[in-house]
Unconditional design. Structure first.
Length: 155
């Protein structure tokens, strides 16, 4: 009988101590909010269609509509990161917009402007006739060029 009374006392003491131990590793029952410093998360991928340049030096995202309206100039958003995913700024980039079937450009000349942190705006993009056009981007670095192209529909 004495053993059963001791066992009951042991269970009561054990049950009352559960969850009240402030040295517990369970932080959810702690009175204080604890934060652990973490490394910053990787930046999310930019919007648009991503392609690698031919040589593989740059990751390029271009935002463009499914179809451009013939004769209407558009601005397109461009994001460029190096092969390691870091924003690529101060680049020399030339732009061409050529009708794929006809092999000629339109009556407007596209140009590019850097916004900063690997972001650029390509302005004055306009196809003069319907069809598939190729937006070509040429990255010049030293004596080596790197290229990427996007097909864009104009109607």
């Amino acid at each position: 009988m004495i053993y059963s009374q001791l066992f009951v006392i042991f269970l009561l003491v054990t049950a009352s101590a559960c969850g009240n131990d402030k040295t517990s590793t369970d932080l959810s029952s702690s009175d204080e909010e604890k934060t652990i410093p973490t490394e910053p998360k990787e930046a999310t991928e930019p919007a648009g269609t991503m392609k690698m340049t031919q040589v593989g030096r740059y990751q390029v995202w271009l935002e463009f509509p499914d179809t451009l309206v013939r004769g209407q100039a558009q601005d397109l958003a461009l994001t460029v990161r190096d092969a390691n995913g870091k924003p690529a700024s101060n680049l020399i980039i030339s732009v061409t917009f050529i009708h794929k079937a006809m092999g000629h450009g339109g009556n407007k000349i596209p140009f590019i402007q850097e916004i900063g942190e690997g972001k650029y705006t390509i302005s004055n993009v306009a196809g003069s006739m319907s069809g598939t056009w190729s937006l070509g981007l040429k990255f010049v670095e030293g004596d080596m060029d790197d290229l990427v192209a996007y097909d864009i529909e104009v109607s």
